[in-house]
Design a protein around this ligand. Structure first.
Ligand code: PMV
Length: 305
């Protein structure tokens, strides 16, 4: 039977530190067990066959394949098929997961034994080539999994020892365009460098305290830090009335803390929730028009299926 390899990689959720991470400050990201699967096999002829349900994914697969083939001077045609647990609409990192899974699958198919760090570096260069901007935190989550303290470009990738965090994830119903929001913050930064840098530094203090709170399982403290991070993101003008309403409703329902997660402008918010309050919080988020995404966090990184 023809050799066929299937690999999967997880999505991600930004816990704290979005935007400031683009400027060299740290963030904390957790991997979600909604996974993208990539299957690769050799195919006859000299034309590669790429089958992806979403056009957006196909760019990432095509670019990854091109880079891999150039790097290893490969001529052999391949068939690549992707399949996902989650829609690219919700901003949970399907592009980074598919990129990481493609490199890992090709590495297995051609016996290249790429390390996770090599997979990270290759995937990050694909993201930058396609999107032009990005810290690579999503690539780190897809590659290494778990919960990671991360600095821009993979300068620091430290796994934080934790169990799954008691998170509720609410989708605002609006797809955010991350590069647009990153550029919006950049425009603000260029006009008002001191003000924006001040916000980034405050966020960094929260991120560093949050790392300790996670290690200590001090969810009360972690929640407060998340609330403060949300306020600073409001000051950066990346939140939306809908995200604010979802955060506010969840706080009223008794969470430890809540914030938007990711670039803002739409996509998701997260709430850290005491077990007994979970249903109440989910109802509160739904009541203001959010929808609940059921996902586990602290998930395993890229793996052979
Ligand atoms: O919108 P998301 O979930 O892809 O998160 C973007 C996070 C930013 O810090 C704004 C950008 C980045 O690449 O780190």
């Amino acid at each position: 039977m023809a050799k066929s390899i299937t690999v999967s990689a997880p999505g991600k959720l930004m816990l704290l530190g979005e935007h400031s991470v683009v400027y060299g400050f740290p963030c904390i990201v957790t991997a979600m067990d909604t996974r993208m699967r990539v299957t690769v096999e050799f195919c006859d002829g000299d034309t590669d066959l790429i089958i992806t349900p979403q056009v957006k994914e196909s760019k990432f697969v095509t670019q990854s394949l091109k880079l891999f083939k150039n790097k290893f001077k490969i001529k052999q045609a391949v068939k690549i098929q992707t399949q996902g647990d989650f829609s690219h609409q919700v901003g949970l990192g399907s592009s980074s997961a598919v990129t990481v899974a493609t490199f890992k699958a090709l590495s297995e198919l051609f016996n290249k034994s790429l390390s996770n760090k090599e997979i990270f570096d290759l995937s990050y260069s694909v993201t930058i080539a396609i999107q032009g901007v990005g810290s690579g935190f999503d690539i780190a989550a897809a590659t290494f999994g778990k919960t990671v303290y991360y600095v821009y470009g993979g300068k620091v990738i430290d796994l934080i020892k934790t169990e799954e965090l008691p998170l509720v994830v609410g989708y605002s119903g609006l797809k955010a365009d991350t590069p647009t929001l990153v550029r919006k913050v950049k425009a603000d930064y260029e006009i008002n460098k001191n003000r924006v840098t001040g916000i980034f530094k405050e966020i960094t203090l929260l991120v560093n305290k949050a790392k300790i709170a996670i290690l200590d399982k001090n969810y009360q403290q972690l929640g407060l830090l998340m609330n403060k991070n949300h306020c600073l993101l409001q000051n950066l003008r990346v939140s939306t009335p809908k995200l604010d309403a979802m955060v506010k409703a969840s706080i009223k329902a008794g969470v430890y803390g809540a914030k938007l997660s990711g670039a803002g402008g739409g996509d998701c918010m997260i709430a850290l929730v005491p077990l007994e309050k979970r249903t109440e919080v989910e109802n509160a988020i739904t009541k203001v028009g959010g929808s609940i995404i059921n996902v586990n966090n602290n998930a395993q990184g890229v793996r052979l299926e």
